[in-house]
Ligand binder design. Structure first.
Ligand code: NAG
Ligand code: NAG
Ligand code: NAG
Ligand code: NAG
Length: 449
């Protein structure tokens, strides 16, 4: 793939080979463009209300050459490297050595972090200070967008480098050094909700990949220089995910574009959008997105809280009806009864099997977690396999509370319901186990909730 330009025959053979070897993962996926606002199919949004209405469609929408960010409104569209370097001469960047060009967020202090087997998790994202001027080769950031076939993405597009550097920061934290930020990149109508407003600046090298993940936010992504390829797919998949207690919360546990076994996901709708300067991409909340930076790139985005994010945090604030004075068996059985009621009310069926297969099976199968002592595992297995959940206490109250929480989760948007429900369940299961045993509880008790 590095032989581009050697000769037509070689190129054709290489292209054919690349096509043959890389198209396989796409066999069962349907590559489609997102809806493009071309001013004819539907009116371009301009006001905050119009942007909100558009976002509430919850489908990816690409606004080409969006008037809301044209340079007379948005001086940031004229940003160049010398301007950025004059405001931010040195930036703390995530750095990865070749060949690790994929960046994946690692949230420290998630409950499962201490029981991960692999110490290299800690080094996944190493930060260092880099000179902004040295971040990019030059100021052109030229790119070749609009290659519609996703399997062509590697052909000549991704350069090899010694180091991959990626900088992202909340613009709020940059104001001290860059006082004109708010006038150069005004959020205006892109901040469509009143809570969780966060704008970010992203600077990255050509070839950087952001691992597939979802955010529980409204997201308007503005491309300023260079181009990026977004691959998006809807929240209703059953692809394996990292558990929400894991530091990679919200990320797929497979590399969907390369090595996932997608045979069981026939018909998965995949949306591909190449964004170029002046484009605004609407990434719906909970939609999975994988991003390849096709050239050196400068981007900006605005997040605000989607309603399900606010709702789930309100639910986390409500007490779980379990008492510290109960025995361990009573706690476990009570939690399972409670969660069964939550699931039945939220989605009309139990959820244990789905939480296990989607979130824990791959971690246990790949031996990524330190196992609990054998006697603890046996104890959990014994408690969960007892025929009756007869050790629960205050059954009536458990069911009543479970139904109330289930109703609240069930009223969330369909795109958020299952993901949020499973996140909530993991939190409750952690309350009656420990980081060392939660995977075993999920595994051995899955028929009971
Ligand atoms: C973007 O839109 C403006 C006017 O709305 C137009 O003048 C300009 O040529 C367009 N640019 C591109 C690249 O289409
Ligand atoms: C970079 O941007 C600054 C500020 O807008 C401008 O004064 C300067 O002329 C630009 N430089 C180049 C090389 O375009
Ligand atoms: C980067 O520089 C800042 C300011 O000099 C310093 O406080 C910080 O510790 C440095 N970070 C790293 C990772 O070296
Ligand atoms: C999944 O979501 C997409 C997009 O919202 C929708 O078109 C599709 O019908 C859904 N599939 C299932 C199985 O619910």
């Amino acid at each position: 793939m590095r032989r581009c330009g050697v000769g037509l025959v070689v190129l054709l053979v290489v292209a054919w080979f690349v096509w043959l070897t890389t198209q396989r993962p796409y066999v069962h996926m349907v590559a489609v463009e997102p809806r493009v606002c071309d001013g004819e199919s539907f009116a371009e949004p301009r006001s905050r209300e119009e942007f909100r209405t558009l976002a509430e469609l919850r489908v990816p929408v690409l606004l080409r050459n969006a008037s809301v960010v044209q340079a007379h409104n948005w001086p940031a569209m004229r940003w160049n490297l010398s301007h950025i370097a004059s405001r931010l001469p040195v930036v703390p960047v995530y750095e990865q050595a070749h060949p690790h060009n994929t960046f994946i967020t690692f949230h420290d202090n998630k409950p499962l972090e201490p029981v991960l087997r692999d110490a290299q998790w800690h080094d996944f994202n190493v930060k260092r200070n880099a000179s902004t001027a040295a971040l990019f080769k030059d100021d052109t950031m030229a790119c070749v967008p609009y290659a519609r076939q996703p399997w062509l993405r590697h052909a000549c597009a991704v350069p090899t480098r010694e180091r991959w550097l990626y900088f992202s920061a909340r613009t709020q934290l940059l104001r001290e050094f860059w006082p004109e930020m708010d006038t150069e990149a005004p959020l205006g109508p892109l901040a469509i909700a009143d809570t969780g407003e966060q704008a970010n600046l992203w600077l990255g090298n050509a070839g950087i990949v952001t691992h597939t993940h979802y955010d529980a936010s409204w997201n308007f992504f503005v491309q300023i220089k260079g181009c990026k390829r977004f691959t998006l797919f809807p929240p209703n998949t059953s692809l394996p995910l990292y558990p929400c207690l894991h530091p990679h919360i919200g990320h797929l546990a497979v590399d969907i574009l390369n090595d996932a076994d997608l045979s069981q996901h026939e018909g998965l709708n995949v949306f591909v959008a190449d964004v170029v300067p002046g484009d605004v991409l609407v990434v719906p909340p909970m939609w999975f997105h994988h991003v390849t930076t096709l050239s050196d790139s400068i981007s900006f985005n605005v997040w605000t809280d989607a309603p399900e994010y606010v709702d789930i945090h309100a639910i986390y604030q409500q007490p779980v009806p379990l008492e510290a004075t109960w025995s361990r068996a009573q706690l476990l059985h009570s939690a399972l009864l409670f969660l069964h009621a939550v699931c039945m009310r939220a989605q009309g069926r139990s959820c244990g099997e789905a939480v296990y297969t989607q979130r824990y099976h791959h971690l246990l199968a790949s031996n990524s977690l330190k196992l609990a002592p054998q006697q603890d595992i046996e104890r959990i297995r014994g408690l969960c396999n007892s025929q009756e959940l007869n050790q629960a206490v205050d059954t009536e109250r458990l069911l009543e509370r479970g139904e109330a929480i289930g109703r609240e989760i069930g009223s969330m948007h369909v795109d958020a319901r299952t993901l949020m429900l499973h996140n909530y369940m993991e939190h409750v299961l952690l309350a009656v186990s420990s980081p060392e045993t939660v995977a075993h509880v999920v595994q051995h008790c899955r028929g009971k909730y």
